[in-house]
Design a protein around this ligand. Structure first.
Ligand code: SF4
Length: 249
C-alpha cells in the first residue's frame, strides 16, 4: 500500500520538520529568572571563531531529537516550566521555527529565543506575530570588525537591523557581547555597549568566551584577563541599564 505508507511518513505539522540537535529538559540559565526547556537547533551559516557549539554549525547534519519529544515533554511539565528557549546553532535559520513557537505558545508556555541577528526579516515576522516573549541577541563587535569575528561578509547590518526591529517591537530583550582576550571583541565591547545603549536597549550582558566545545584555536584566558573583563564590565555598567550582568567563563 504505497500511498498509505507515504502518508505516514509526512510530518504531522510543519514543526515536525525542525532539525533539533539537542533538548535540555530543564534549565535555569538560558532565560534569566525563568525555568525553561531548551531546544538546540542544528545549523548556523556563520562560523564565529569562538563558537562553543561547533557541532551545531553544519547545516546538513540531520536532527537528533524529534519535535514530538518537545511536545511530550511540555505536556508532562505543564505548570512546572515557564517556557521554552529556542537556540542553536541559529534557530531562525529554519523557516518552521515559527510553527514550533506557535505550538509552544498554544500549549500555554512562553517562548524565548537566542539569535545572532542574521535574519532580521524572520525576526520581525516572529515578534510581529506575537510568537516570542523574550530575545537574547548577540551583538558581537563593531561593524568594521564583524566579518573578522563571524567569518562571513555583510553581517553587521543584519544584526543592527535585528536590534532595531526588537527595540521597535517592545519585546523583552537582553543584548549580549562575548569577549575573547587579545581580540577585537575585547577592544570593541565598551563601544558596542555604548551604541546598543544609545539605540535604546536597557538590558545588557558581558560574557567571557568559554573554551569548552570550541575549536580550541584561540585563548579563552590570559594573564590579567579577569581583571580586564571586570574593568570592561564596570565601564559598561556605568552606562546605566535596567539590568546589567557580567558572566565570567
Ligand atoms: S552565530 Fe552562534 S552558533 Fe553561529 S557560529 Fe557564531 S557563535 Fe556559533
Amino acid at each position: 500500500m504505497p500511498e498509505a505508507e507515504g502518508a505516514r511518513t509526512l510530518p504531522a505539522s510543519p514543526a515536525d520538520s525542525l532539525r533539533i540537535a539537542g533538548l535540555v529538559p530543564m534549565s535555569t540559565v538560558d532565560w534569566p529568572d525563568h525555568l525553561t526547556a531548551t531546544v538546540f537547533t542544528q545549523g548556523c551559516p556563520w562560523n564565529c571563531f569562538y563558537c562553543h557549539n561547533r557541532d551545531l554549525i553544519p547545516t546538513r547534519t540531520p536532527g537528533a531529537v524529534a519535535w514530538q519529544e518537545v511536545r511530550d515533554l511540555l505536556a508532562r511539565r505543564r505548570g512546572l516550566l515557564d517556557g521554552v528557549v529556542l537556540t542553536g546553532g541559529e534557530a531562525l535559520r529554519q523557516d518552521c521555527l515559527a510553527d514550533a513557537a506557535r505550538e509552544v505558545k498554544d500549549m500555554g508556555f512562553q517562548v524565548g529565543l537566542h539569535t545572532a541577528g542574521m535574519y532580521p526579516r524572520r525576526l520581525r515576522d516572529l515578534v510581529g506575530a506575537g510568537l516570542v516573549d523574550w530575545v537574547g541577541l548577540d551583538v558581537k563587535a563593531l561593524p568594521e570588525h564583524y566579518t573578522q569575528v563571524v567569518g562571513r561578509p555583510n553581517a553587521a547590518a543584519k544584526v543592527w537591523d535585528s536590534l532595531e526591529a526588537l527595540l521597535a517591537s517592545g519585546t523583552d530583550l537582553e543584548v549580549r557581547t562575548t569577549v575573547v582576550p587579545g581580540d577585537v571583541t575585547a577592544d570593541d565591547a565598551v563601544e558596542v555597549a555604548r551604541r546598543v545603549h544609545e539605540a535604546g536597549a536597557r538590558v545588557y550582558a558581558l560574557q567571557q568566551a568559554r573554551s569548552r566545545g570550541t575549536s580550541g584555536t584561540f585563548p579563552a584566558a590570559a594573564p590579567g584577563w579577569d581583571a580586564q573583563c571586570e574593568r570592561m564590565a564596570a565601564a559598561i555598567e556605568a552606562l546605566g541599564w535596567e539590568r546589567f550582568t557580567y558572566r565570567p567563563a
